[in-house]
Ligand binder design. Structure first.
Ligand SMILES: Nc1ncnc2c1ncn2[C@@H]1O[C@H](COP(=O)(O)OP(=O)(O)OP(=O)(O)O)[C@@H](O)[C@H]1O
Ligand SMILES: [Mg+2]
Length: 250
């Protein structure tokens, strides 16, 4: 895999009869910040699930390093459940323990080390002072940071996030992406996003998926800055298509 942490070759996938992904090829390097964009139903979440092993690969191959962190789309935590932020983060620990050398997957309570690690993850996302707050008392953006902390507490080499900023205002989106950029110094970031104008300012690589995948290694800054960073998705697809024709390395 050389410097690549993820290699996808000739991947196609169908749910029953419906083909959702077609002949996907993608390489991600260790220091990449990959943004995956595309329309609703384009196959973005399905691709992440295949990478994570939550859906089974039938056609093509995916080679990936171990230690993945995942922040799913629409995190289905019941925010009315009276659970503390620190406990949400602790749920991200691999819940396995060894008793007389035999792995057990259920255990009660957490060790001091695990709690310290959860606090360190919260600190990393700037949320340590909320450790004892109820998760339901946080704003949407703060809650997403906690979800990132939960994924980080398993010490991943790659962090995959599925629309971490949906229903968060532009300022909140920037804060989350600033955080991901900081984390990207140590780990690979793969993020699905609809916030094209914001995400392009952060990503080192952009993949557009609508059943098929178009990728470009880096987007020229002047294109992002044009029109104050706002341009529509149609324009984005055309631009990626043009870049693909020009750039045979992608
Ligand atoms: N578990 C499933 N069973 C059957 N079909 C599914 C399943 N999950 C997704 N699909 C279908 O696969 C297609 C791709 O869905 P997917 O969730 O990957 O899209 P997406 O790009 O993540 O969309 P969105 O931007 O709305 O989140 C859709 O047509 C969807 O209806
Ligand atoms: Mg999705």
């Amino acid at each position: 895999m050389k410097n690549n942490i993820l290699e996808i070759k000739n991947l196609s996938f169908a749910y029953l009869q419906q083909e959702v992904l077609q002949d996907i090829n993608l390489e991600v390097a260790k220091d990449d910040f990959l943004a995956i964009i595309g329309p609703n139903g384009g196959g973005k979440s399905t691709l992440l699930k295949l990478i994570l092993g939550l859906e089974k690969v039938k056609t093509g191959t995916i080679k990936i390093s171990k230690n993945l962190g995942y922040v799913p789309q629409n995190t289905n935590i019941n925010i009315n459940f009276p659970i503390k932020v620190i406990d949400v983060v602790l749920m991200g620990h691999k819940n396995e323990t060894k008793v007389k050398g035999i792995k057990k997957y259920f255990k009660i309570g957490y060790t001091k080390d695990e709690k310290d690690c959860a606090l360190a993850s919260l600190k990393e996302v700037g949320m340590e002072k909320f450790a004892d707050s109820k998760i339901g008392s946080l704003s949407g953006g703060q809650r997403q940071r906690v979800m990132v902390a939960r994924a980080l507490s398993a010490h991943p080499k790659i962090l995959l996030l599925d629309e971490p900023t949906s229903s968060i205002d532009v300022e909140g989106q920037k804060q989350i992406y600033d955080l991901l950029k900081k984390l990207n110094k140590e780990i690979t970031i793969i993020v699905v996003s609809h916030d094209i104008s914001v995400i392009l300012g952060y990503a080192s690589k952009v993949a557009y998926i609508n059943k098929k995948l178009v990728i470009h290694n880096g987007i020229e800054k002047d294109i992002i800055d044009r029109d104050n960073g706002h341009f529509c998705e149609v324009e984005m697809i055309q631009m990626l298509d043009q870049l693909k024709q020009k750039d045979c390395s992608c």
